[in-house]
Design a protein around this ligand. Structure first.
Ligand code: 26V
Length: 822
């Protein structure tokens, strides 16, 4: 076949090299002496993309012909991370391309590092979506990821004088070689305005939505390769633009500035990712974003249905649509609207299609993160949807009335409308009512949903509730980020583990092999040396790779309790000052994570970390025993350096608050031990790796609940625990704020008088557990044994396992292997 020998498609070294140089010339318009690093990166990226296109086109053709069920993953966030390295791994040409680049006298690592990561997500939820589309492609499941092509992703964090500063993430600045715009599949989205009733030609009463404005959604497609399969699925992200015709109307009226203004407003919708996680802002633009991408995506599915000649009544057979949290939950009302108003389906049929199409994943137990929209705001953006939601609600409440006769309180709790005071539309309720399956993201979380957040829905429809424990892709989080560990593993057991992570267990006996332990330790050690250099470059802080690398990286949030970690550091520091002969191994405490720009307490927690670091890192008595580092701008790229270099993973949220966690899995896979509470997926990690290989502390979710119920008095812990008192008093006295006793007053007072996340209740247990960690680290052989067992017993946490379970239990989707065309 001709494409095999072509410069743009062949996988031989010679052709890759030729393709690379061609692209530098014909796409970048440069010759080597004038080419910048970015020119080289783009030329290389296009060389790889050329080779992906054949799979992509073949995949589309195969899917078209098979007519198979397609999974549509609707998510406001996809935190993809850089594509180049991942595509090389999944195509199986990483080593070859590295050689090609180096033979041309270029630095391969530098070219990889040139890619600006698409940071189109906040944290856990967005990164989960990225791992899931990797696994869907690897498992050869027909799937599309649908989301928003934000022009600016999550802000870039810098640290100035110990405080977080935010910079706009201009990730598209140098061009994006991975996306292909598809203007021919643009969709129109209506917003605002009002509704009218009219009688159609058959004398039936219908509703017409007269919008105030229309925006265009342009799809931008990115191919997503499976690991060593022919499958290339699609990530389809929508960009908002002004429809030309609309501009012209205003323009023709002579209102040039009005027309331009309208263009700006339209483009605003996909302008920027909202950087708050777990805290809703109630902003109109955010609702517009959600509706915008959902409406485009559903219309896109209807377009596909039409070209495949599938009748509308079989929509749910063709598409399984997953709602990634409530951000796309408006899809329930939008599909109803499309079916009712545009396709003239009757209510009962439309409702059946809708319920059989959607499934909903909940990602949080925090009440403040449950999305509700004020009714007046909702009505002004989506007047027709509000009417439909009222109708869904009225039919739904009728059903509840029959099942729970006379239970008025229950009706109020279940209603799609929160009527206690100001009225709101409850998006989680809309998602529950409109879906046939509802799942949490770890065993404990799914149980707590049934007992607490979604209790009334569980009592109504127990059969809808499932658990799907999260997972992460071993392609990015092991092979790409930790190549030395991956080859150590593959040398012993081959590379079947990459698609079937449970195979890692074959290595269990090696934990008792001293030579293997030595190799394991050396790999970890080399990763730590590399990370120490990175830290020095970024922060100017020198850390000792011999010391234990103890990481807490995740969004900064009170419930994640970075400040509990700090309380322990201060306590250890104090004990070392008092007793320099204490036998503790040297430790480097590393933190990373972004605070939502408006979350003042979280920003102050960052200042707390950096301030404590300033004092400790400069103290000559302590030098070389403990260091505290804040690694700026934690994201996918820095994560890839961090997980392989970690000895200890801090997973210390208040039990019952972290839905799952996924960083915990990345650490464990890379041989870090966990110190953690029985929260989220920590519970399952401990089950898998063995209690003897996990450092457990703190109250359980039940104990937390009971303590709160009986009245929690943090001040009593302060009064009765002298260690805790010493630590808090140092903070209050200004020891870590150059005498400024006010700097952390808000934090300490908050803990003394409220402490909603029970730091004080868990303090002693945490400090004791950290002592155990220190003791364990002194026994290198034993530590390495535990490290190996953590990694090789983490097979459950591959996102391939999660996706298999979604496919079997919720989506009923089957693999479609791809035969390449030509
Ligand atoms: C929530 C909200 C709330 C309203 C406004 C904006 C906004 C933006 C993002 C979010 C997402 C918060 C939910 C989230 O990320 N949950 C995390 O999901 C992970 C994947 O399931 C899970 O591992 C983490 O435990 C959970 O915190």
């Amino acid at each position: 076949a001709p494409y095999r020998e072509h410069n743009r498609t062949s996988l031989t070294k010679e052709k890759l090299k030729q393709g690379f140089l061609d692209n530098l010339y014909f796409i970048q318009g440069k010759f080597p002496t004038l080419a910048s690093r970015n020119d080289y990166y783009l030329a290389l990226a296009y060389t790889i993309r050329d080779r992906m296109l054949h799979r992509w086109i073949s995949t589309a053709t195969n899917y078209y012909e098979s007519g198979a069920r397609t999974v549509c993953y609707l998510s406001a966030e996809f935190l993809m991370g850089p594509h180049l390295g991942n595509n090389l791994v999944n195509m199986g040409i990483f080593g070859m391309v590295k050689e090609v680049v180096e033979e041309l006298g270029l630095n391969f690592e530098e070219l990889l590092a040139q890619e600006e990561e698409p940071g189109l997500g906040n944290g856990g939820l967005g990164r989960l979506a990225a791992c899931f589309i990797d696994s869907l492609a690897t498992l050869e499941i027909p799937a599309l990821g649908y989301g928003i092509r934000y022009e600016f992703g999550i802000f870039e964090q810098t640290i100035v004088d110990g405080w977080q500063m935010e910079k706009t993430d201009k990730w598209l600045r140098n061009g994006n070689p991975w996306e292909v715009p598809r203007p021919e599949w643009a969709q129109e989205v209506r917003l605002g305005g009002h509704t009218e009733q009219y009688t159609d030609e058959n004398g039936r009463l219908r509703v017409r939505w007269v919008p105030a404005k229309i925006v265009l959604g342009i799809p931008y497609d990115t191919p997503i390769l499976g690991y060593r399969t022919n499958t290339a699925n699609t990530l389809r992200l929508w960009k908002s633009e002004a429809p030309e015709s609309f501009d012209f109307e205003v323009f023709n009226r002579g209102d040039y500035y009005g027309a331009v203004d309208q263009k700006v407003t339209s483009e605003n919708i996909s302008k920027v990712l909202y950087p708050n996680d777990e805290q809703l802002s109630g902003k109109q633009l955010r609702l517009e974003q959600q509706y915008f991408f959902v409406s485009c995506s559903l219309r896109d599915m209807l377009r596909v249905l039409a070209i495949q000649n599938i009748p509308l009544s079989r929509f749910h057979e063709k598409f399984a649509v997953q709602l990634n949290d409530t951000h796309p939950a408006i899809a329930v009302a939008e599909l109803m609207r499309l079916l009712l108003d545009e396709y003239l389906v009757d209510w009962d049929d439309a409702w059946e299609i809708t319920q059989r199409t959607f499934a909903y994943t909940n990602h949080t137990l925090l009440p403040e993160a449950l999305e509700q929209w004020p009714l007046p705001l909702f009505a002004s953006v989506l007047p027709r949807h509000l009417e439909i939601i009222f109708e869904i609600n009225s039919r739904f409440l009728d059903e509840v009335r029959i099942k729970f006769l006379g239970d008025e309180a229950r009706l109020a709790r279940l209603s799609l409308i929160n009527e206690g005071g100001e009225r709101y539309v409850r998006m989680a309720h809309l998602a529950c009512v409109g879906s046939h399956a509802i799942n949490g993201v770890a065993e404990l979380h799914s149980e707590l949903l049934k007992q607490d957040v979604l209790k009334d829905f569980y009592e109504l429809w127990p059969e809808k509730f499932r658990n799907k424990t999260n997972g992460v892709t071993p392609r990015r989080w092991m092979i790409l980020s930790n190549p030395s560990l991956a080859s150590l593993v593959s040398d012993r057991i081959g590379n079947g583990w990459v698609r079937d992570l449970e195979q890692l267990r074959q290595l269990e006996p090696m934990a008792d092999d001293a030579d293997f332990r030595k190799e394991w330790w050396d790999v970890k050690r080399a990763n730590k040396v590399a990370f120490a250099q990175y830290i020095f470059k970024r922060t100017g802080i020198l850390v000792d790779p011999e010391s234990m690398f103890d990481f807490q990286v995740k969004r900064i949030h009170e419930y994640k309790r970075q400040h509990l970690n700090v309380l322990h550091i201060i306590s250890l520091y104090r004990r070392l000052k008092e007793n320099p002969n204490l036998e503790v191994p040297p430790r480097t405490f590393l933190f990373g994570g972004k605070a939502a720009p408006g979350y003042h307490t979280a920003k102050r927690m960052i200042k707390l970390i950096t301030s404590v670091g300033e004092v400790i890192n400069r103290d000559p008595d302590i030098r070389d025993r403990i260091k505290v580092v804040f690694v700026p701008n934690f994201n996918v790229t820095t994560g890839q350096k961090i997980y392989p270099a970690a000895d200890l993973s801090e997973q210390i949220s208040t039990a019952g608050k972290e839905a799952s966690g996924t960083g915990n899995m990345k650490f464990s896979m890379n041989g870090a031990l966990t110190i953690g509470t029985l929260d989220g997926a920590n519970v399952e990690i401990r089950e898998e790796v063995g209690a003897e290989n996990f450092f457990l502390f703190g109250l359980t979710a039940d104990e937390v609940y009971a303590l709160r119920a009986s009245g929690y008095h943090p001040y009593d812990y302060y009064n009765t625990n002298p260690h805790l008192k010493d630590v808090i008093d140092l903070l209050r006295g200004g020891s870590f704020s150059r005498g400024d006793a006010d700097l952390f007053r808000g934090l300490t007072d908050g803990l003394l008088h409220h402490d909603p996340y029970l730091l004080f209740a868990d303090f002693q247990s945490y400090v004791d557990c950290q002592e155990e960690v220190s003791r364990a680290y002194l026994d290198r052989d034993h530590w390495t044994r535990m490290s190996i067992l953590n990694a090789v017993r983490s097979g459950k946490f591959s996102s391939d396992r999660s996706i298999r379970q979604y496919c079997e239990d919720i989506w009923k989707a089957e693999p479609v292997p791809i035969t390449l065309l030509g």
